[in-house]
Design a protein around this ligand. Structure first.
Ligand SMILES: [Fe+2]
Length: 398
């Protein structure tokens, strides 16, 4: 894999997306045209207990059955952070039911569970021993249809899944183009009832995907275009989606933005903000989107010198009037604009903006910094992630 500095001219990139994306309010209840094009006729529906009980999974099931296909079972045991044993049970349920494909309905955990389960369901073997890591999948898997219920993770279009391994107490990652769902159905109606704080956290995760993709060492013109558009959409619509969650327009724009940001970071990768968030999630159990929201301006400051022109390019998308500003001033204004977004979210839904208010203890900060340096996301950050420098930023965020 060849990398380039975000500030140096481009000499190589590739862009490949093997997921068909459909956006339409209500599409989760009727996608018969799409089902007709698949060879699979029997599906396992994978979701979490919330959607299994609130009628949403029933509506998806009715749509599939109305199209003449079959739902062989509903696997609704997905926990907030998916685990190896859950994935294995999910794969076993697909096999036992005679499924030919999987429909994943939910947030990142449900989609990642389904993606990982589809490996074992399609190919057999042992999830951890045979498939953890990168480029471990030898051929296309069974059809997987992803229906996200949050506007944040972008998992419906990414080539990765993250699964917690109880045996080693570590998060395992699986990365392969074959992990991308065959079909992503974007139905903003599914997010209408998402509570304000969850909307804010997941939306800030999407914003972090876009900003980190744009400044990544592996950014390319295609990921740049998607990232810039996503930043603009999130800046324009996130607050509205949090304050007036019932408005379909804001929900629609956020779902599109999250999807674009997902494609962008799946190709460009993320950086120091995600490195710190992954570490903070593992050590202090802070939700991923909340950790990203807290760290985002600090991570931008960490990269400010090496990525000033890139941040300057994002400033207008973040609502800054950059006329007459130097690139350095515009870059600083971009960081300020992110801080203002966080302040607004704190005002309207109480989203914490400091680690101490998110359940992190001061005694955990050094361990978080050490873990962040080792995180895979640090590799793609435009500036080297060192323990002393990143600890400084983590202390500031505390
Ligand atoms: Fe993320």
């Amino acid at each position: 894999m060849r990398l380039r500095s975000a500030s140096v001219g481009i000499d190589f990139y590739q862009f490949f997306l093997n997921t068909k994306i459909l956006f339409q309010p209500g599409i989760s209840r009727d996608f018969s045209n799409e089902l007709a094009q698949l060879t699979a006729r029997k599906f396992l529906l994978v979701t979490d207990p919330f959607f299994a009980e609130n009628g949403v999974a029933d509506a998806v099931r009715a749509g599939i059955e109305g199209a003449g296909a079959e739902v062989v079972g509903v696997f609704s045991e997905v926990p907030p952070n998916s685990e190896v044993e859950v994935v294995k049970r999910c794969a076993a349920a697909a096999t036992a039911g005679g499924a030919e494909g999987i429909v994943a309905l939910g947030g990142g955990s449900a989609m990642d569970t389904a993606k990982a389960a589809n490996i074992v369901f399609s190919l057999g073997g042992d999830l951890v021993a045979d498939y953890s890591g990168s480029q471990t999948i030898p051929r296309a898997l069974n059809p997987l249809i992803a229906i996200p219920t949050t506007a944040g993770t972008g998992s419906e279009v990414t080539s990765s899944a993250v699964i917690f391994d109880e045996a080693t107490q570590r998060k395992l990652s699986f990365n392969d183009a074959f992990l991308r769902p065959q079909l992503a159905l974007l139905d903003p109606e599914l997010t209408l009832s998402l509570p304000p704080k969850a909307t804010a956290m997941t939306g800030m995760d999407a914003l972090t995907h876009a900003i980190e993709a744009y400044t990544s060492a592996q950014a390319n013109p295609m990921s740049d275009a998607l990232a810039m558009k996503a930043v603009k959409l999130i800046r324009t619509h996130l607050l509205q989606a949090v304050e007036r969650g019932e408005e379909l327009e804001a929900r629609s724009q956020m779902m599109i933005a999250s999807n674009m940001a997902g494609i962008a970071f799946d190709h460009a990768m993320v950086g120091v903000v995600h490195a710190m968030s992954h570490a903070t999630g593992g050590i202090a159990h802070v939700p991923h989107g909340l950790a990203n929201s807290i760290y985002l301006p600090y991570g931008m400051e960490y990269n400010l010198e090496v990525a000033a022109e890139r941040y300057a390019g994002l400033a207008r998308r973040l609502g800054v009037d950059t006329s007459g500003m130097s690139p350095a001033d515009a870059a600083r204004a971009a960081v300020t604009a992110v801080r203002e977004m966080r302040a607004a979210l704190k005002r309207v839904c109480g989203l914490p903006d400091r680690l101490r208010d998110a359940g992190v203890a001061e005694g955990q900060l050094e361990e978080i910094a050490a873990t962040a340096v080792e995180d895979g996301a640090s590799f793609f950050n435009p500036r080297e992630v060192t323990f002393d420098e990143v600890l400084k930023k983590i202390r500031e965020a505390y």
